[in-house]
Design a protein. Structure first.
Length: 593
RNA sequence: GCGCGUGUAGCUCAGUUGGAUAGAGCGUCUGCCUCCGGAGCAGAAGGUCGCAGGUUCGAGUCCUGCCAUGCGCACCA
């Protein structure tokens, strides 16, 4: 069992005691994004260079300084490598026809300096650019020179953010919904790290309250059953097989209480056993948390009481029929919520009160951004927790914390829905999935869809080792690229691209692959800003496809030397790109399969 | 009834923050195996983007109203 709770002072905040810090926007929005164009020569890639040049020309024509040229890769290759719609968007502010503006822009741009070899005006005013192949391929060089930096951004400026996920009650093994949270939370955390945030992954244990009491009574029922009494699992208790195992272990270690009279001891024992079990589940899944926070500690250290007192003082509470209410309707809820039950109902605090106290600690621990990953069935907590934080009026911004909700998971096997697990009884566990299909496949399947669509986990597909399984398809692409260096006995460290004529990478499949790889940084950025790891999964699949296509069509080894040298650069870049994407999602990048 | 989601190819899903002829995988059909790994590749068919309005140069994407569907709406957590 871990020492609990996480020591809030273990990692000093930047300024934990600053009074009422300025509110931070919850997340960058399109409208917040500074239309900044790098003006130095160390541009991230060609796209940025081209964008900057378009912006420069646009300003020269009198466009407002904050106009942001949108650059995109046309679906139709005949439209060039990059296209922009600035001429259309500038039509109104400049009071000119889009096509006229497009023409003027072309005249004002220094095309060769950004690698453009052909540009034309199409349709209502699109500007299409075709890049010099060699110029395009040189965009891969920074990747080879510094693989660890490729795709990273500094959006967070090192600010601290806490991502809370899984946060299961220690009342049973983790179920498939927790698994989705684990995969999502871990990938979102990694994405935030890649974009310049100082991330802490936190697990909040609901180890207090009614569910834990139920756990204790369920354990007691099993202990007594083992002592020869009739089994009487209490209402709302836990029926899973694992409770019996815990009871057996309890009796073995507490021979003096074979009758099951010490409820407190059984509770402590069961919680410890299940926390250990959940740790093993997470270990099997490869998810690590920096901090664990125990709900029970909020009671023992007085934070719950402090929070309740502060809420009372805020004037947003009232008593009715012996219960204490928080007037959450002051903050957009549709009805007020009970904070403290009436004496007749036991007089306990309802669950969201410690939750509010807990989120106060997040703020006080210096996290001015907090993200909670939860199942959609916990949706109703959002309004309550936020209302509580607002009622306290201690400078916490309105949208704090941020929530990423995911929809339910159903598991399919043999064309039928799987609903039960042997050990847990009433639900399928993460461990069941990992045992069936392996960690990598579980992670990928969890992450390949948007969180807010329901997920059907197809065990048969996930365990199939063929091209129809996207995990194998992606990992195979990486293994193939690795295989080139293995077979050619080439040390990848020698593949730097320096002095290599990359213009020979002119085959359509090569250009396609290069452009796909160059998309990686913006994919990472978009995925991080929107907290949507599935974008990386989609990128991986497309990149793998482009890689397989290229690999099949063109040989790297055994070609004329200049071609081999250039293609080794592309193979290395593909290998690195795939490995980076896989790493973000928490998957391995095997060298051979 | 109210709140939050979701409705896109036969199936499972993307859709670059409003762009050009809506994409991918699987499935189906047609081809291709002496190759750095065929655990692969090339191609084809397949769509009134739930329905109806609206906003504008332009809508799968934004707005409104319906329809279907998932979750939630406790002095449970």
């Amino acid at each position: 069992m871990r020492p609990a709770p996480a020591d809030p002072t273990a990692r000093p905040a930047a300024s934990p005691h600053r009074a009422a810090p300025p509110a931070r926007p919850r997340r960058p929005r399109a409208s917040d994004r500074a239309p900044s164009f790098p003006r130095d020569s160390r541009l991230v890639n060609q796209a940025e260079a081209l964008r900057a040049e378009i912006a420069r020309a646009a300003r020269a024509l009198g466009a407002p300084d904050d106009s942001t040229p949108v650059l995109e890769r046309p679906r139709d290759p005949s439209h060039g490598d990059w296209a922009t719609n600035v001429a259309m968007t500038l039509a109104k502010p400049l009071g000119r026809k889009p096509r006229d503006i497009a023409e003027a822009l072309l005249g004002a741009m220094d095309l060769p300096s950004v690698g453009v070899i052909a540009a034309d005006i199409a349709g209502p005013g699109f500007l299409n650019f075709r890049l010099d192949p060699g110029f395009l391929a040189r965009g891969l060089l920074p990747m080879l020179a510094n693989p660890d930096a490729w795709g990273r951004h500094d959006i967070g400026h090192g600010e601290r953010v806490v991502v809370e996920f899984v946060s299961a009650n220690p009342t049973g093994p983790l179920h498939v919904g927790h698994g989705r949270q684990a995969a999502l939370g871990d990938a979102i955390s990694t994405l935030l790290e890649w974009t310049g945030w100082a991330v802490d992954r936190e697990f909040y244990y609901n180890d207090a309250g009614a569910q834990i009491a139920n756990l204790a009574k369920s354990t007691q029922a099993r202990v007594r059953e083992l002592a020869g009494q009739a089994l009487e699992i209490p209402e709302g208790g836990y029926h899973g097989e694992y409770i019996r195992e815990i009871a057996q272990a309890y009796i073995a270690q507490h021979p003096d209480d074979a009758a099951g009279d010490d409820l407190a001891a059984m509770q402590a024992f069961a919680v410890a056993a299940l926390r250990h079990e959940q740790d093993l589940d997470l270990q099997a899944f490869g998810v690590k948390f920096n901090t664990y926070y125990l709900e029970s500690s909020l009671y023992t250290d007085g934070r719950v009481n402090t929070t309740v007192d502060a809420l009372r003082a805020s004037g947003h509470t009232y008593e009715e029929e012996g219960a204490l209410f928080l007037r959450t309707t002051d903050f957009g809820d549709d009805k007020d919520r009970v904070m403290k039950k009436s004496a007749a109902k036991g007089g306990d605090y309802t669950y969201f009160v410690p939750d509010v106290a807990y989120h106060v600690t997040k703020w006080e621990r210096g996290y001015h951004r907090a993200i909670n990953v939860q199942g959609a069935d916990h949706h109703s907590t959002i309004t309550r927790v936020r209302a509580g934080l607002q009622a306290l009026d201690i400078g916490i911004p309105k949208g704090y914390p941020d929530y990423v909700l995911h929809q339910m998971v159903t598991v399919m096997k043999g064309g039928e829905e799987v609903k039960i697990s042997k050990r847990a009884g009433s639900y399928v566990t993460v461990r069941d999935l990992i045992d069936e299909v392996g960690r990598d496949a579980v992670r990928y399947f969890y992450l390949m869809r948007r969180g807010d669509s329901q997920l059907v986990f197809d065990i048969d597909l996930a365990r199939s080792q063929s091209e129809e399984n996207p995990v194998y398809y992606v990992q195979m692409a990486h293994a193939r690229m690795s295989g080139i260096f293995r077979v050619g006995e080439i040390d990848v460290a020698t593949v730097t691209g320096e002095g290599v004529e990359l213009a020979v990478l002119s085959e359509p499949a090569e250009l396609e692959l290069i452009k796909q790889l160059l998309d990686f940084p913006s994919t990472v950025r978009g995925a991080a800003e929107n907290l949507e790891p599935h974008r990386v999964a989609a990128w991986l699949l497309e990149t793998a496809r482009a890689g397989h296509t290229w690999y099949h069509k063109h040989h790297v080894l055994g070609e004329p030397e200049d071609i081999t040298r250039a293609r080794l650069v592309l193979a290395r870049a593909t290998q690195l790109g795939l490995a980076a994407g896989l790493r973000i999602l928490g998957l391995s990048a095997p060298e051979r399969m």
